[in-house]
Ligand binder design. Structure first.
Ligand code: COA
Length: 175
């Protein structure tokens, strides 16, 4: 099994097609917006004999914590392992490699998931505050807080996990 780290600009068309196949096999309802969200940052790919087995990426996003300023953080997207190889530690390996890249770029990262236990084992913490989406009409409570998690590379960067977290709106899922 080989791990590689590649910026989105360096992901060729063939790999993009393989990635979409991986995501469609791992997720029940993966759409074009979800695929778009995975690009614009850094990817970790796991291959065995050339076959793509697992992926995770992190992209820059602007997030506001409490009434602080908007800040750039890493946002993790499209973490997936091919169904027949899940439960063998591949997901953990790609996330560990991605977290090295995150730590070199951002003081904190966030993600939205239903698989909290997987990320808790990797040092992530559950978000404890309410979540909001910034729209042209202002910040709107979006009820997404249950899925949100944070990785504090520098714990002092976000000392209080119980404040409001606000993301910018985007096509598809805001968080
Ligand atoms: C979730 C996923 C990425 C995990 O990858 P994986 O290779 O199957 O997981 P690993 O074998 O590396 O598991 C590492 C640890 O996380 C735990 N774990 C794995 N999947 C889990 C889940 N869905 N929920 C809670 N814990 C999970 C494992 O039990 C293991 O714990 P242990 O160290 O106590 O044994 C993978 O199962 C997958 O692609 N699922 C479908 C798509 C998905 O849900 N992606 C994540 C959405 S944010």
């Amino acid at each position: 099994m080989e791990l590689s780290v590649v910026e989105s600009d360096g992901v060729d068309e063939r790999t993009r097609a393989e990635l979409r196949e991986l995501w469609d096999s791992a997720f029940d309802d993966f759409g074009d917006d979800d695929a778009d969200h995975a690009y614009g940052g850094v990817h970790v790919l796991a291959r065995d004999g050339g076959r793509l087995l697992a992926h995770a990426s992190a992209v820059p996003r602007r997030i506001r914590f409490g009434d602080g300023p908007w800040r750039e953080i890493g946002y993790v997207e499209a973490v997936a392992v091919v169904p027949e190889r899940q439960g063998e530690g591949l997901g953990r390996q790609v996330m560990r490699a991605l977290q090295v890249e995150i730590a070199a770029r951002w003081p904190v990262a966030m993600l939205s998931t239903g698989s909290h236990g997987f990320y808790e084992g990797l040092g992530w913490e559950r978000w404890d505050g309410r979540s909001f989406t910034q729209t042209p009409e202002g910040a709107v409570a979006d009820g997404e807080e249950d899925g949100l998690m944070i990785l504090r590379v520098e714990p002092r960067a976000v000392p209080d996990l119980a404040v409001e977290a606000t993301c910018e709106d985007r096509p598809g899922d805001a968080w």
